[in-house]
Design a protein around this ligand. Structure first.
Ligand SMILES: C[S@@+](CC[C@H](N)C(=O)[O-])C[C@H]1O[C@@H](n2cnc3c(N)ncnc32)[C@H](O)[C@@H]1O
Length: 215
């Protein structure tokens, strides 16, 4: 098992049972990101770092004709996701696979080389080589496809003491807001001939970003 898988399994072995209830209050912007996907019937939609499957279930209900795929490095989180999908009677519609966001083979895992929509929600802040994960996500976009990101922002509009406290608290969960994400996304997108945009939310608490590949 890789270091990333071991770390995430250790972190989520117990937390996964209270994950959805507790994270609801601070993983902000996820539903806006889901609405922004605008997946079309038949589109292949991949969530990288899908965790407990919370977003996959919302995606399945928002885009009933899309084909859905979820990847996570943690078997513990995937066990929670599989149970949640079964409870929601969505298991047959959503394929789950274990893999590392920084280097995965979508063809081997899902039988798909590319996806029309890719989403990464609050996972880049937990992946130390997050630039590699970003590059890999851009590289699996189909022509006309888009990558949708939501995560903790730099918090520049937040009161200083709140920002400092928030960062300390996040660090206790191995979460690091990626302050250079905007520049990295712009550079990686430009290298690939893609366009991108990034928007701040909740005074910089979170950001939403989209990169688009031309048709
Ligand atoms: C904070 S959770 C977010 C889960 C979900 N995307 C959401 O919005 O509720 C981060 C997820 O990223 C996963 N993760 C962390 N490092 C990863 C990696 N290198 N590759 C794939 N997934 C990873 C964790 O196991 C965890 O399930």
């Amino acid at each position: 098992m890789s270091d990333a898988a071991q770390l995430m399994d250790r972190m989520y072995r117990r937390q996964r049972h209270i994950y959805d209830l507790s994270r609801k209050f601070y993983l902000l912007g996820r539903d806006e990101a889901i609405a922004g996907l605008r997946a079309r019937p038949g589109d292949r939609v991949l969530e990288i770092g899908c965790g407990t499957g919370r977003n996959l279930i919302k995606l399945a209900r928002t885009y009933p004709q899309a084909r859905l795929y979820g990847l996570d490095v943690s078997q513990e989180m995937l066990a929670s996701a599989a149970a949640a999908l079964a409870r929601a009677e969505l298991a047959p519609r959503i394929a789950l696979a274990q893999g590392d966001a920084t280097a995965f083979d979508p063809e081997a895992l899902f039988g798909q080389a590319q996806f029309e929509r890719v989403m990464i929600s609050y996972a880049l802040s937990m992946i130390p080589p997050w630039r590699d994960a970003l590059a890999q996500a851009l590289d699996v976009l189909a022509p006309g496809g888009s990558l949708h990101l939501v995560d903790f922002g730099a918090g520049v509009g937040l009161p200083g003491s709140f920002r400092t406290g928030l960062r300390r608290w996040l660090a206790a969960f191995d979460v690091t807001p990626r302050d250079e994400l905007g520049q990295a996304l712009a550079a990686l997108s430009a290298e690939r001939g893609l366009t991108c945009e990034i928007e701040s939310r909740f005074r910089g608490y979170a950001f939403l970003a989209v990169a688009r590949r031309g048709a």
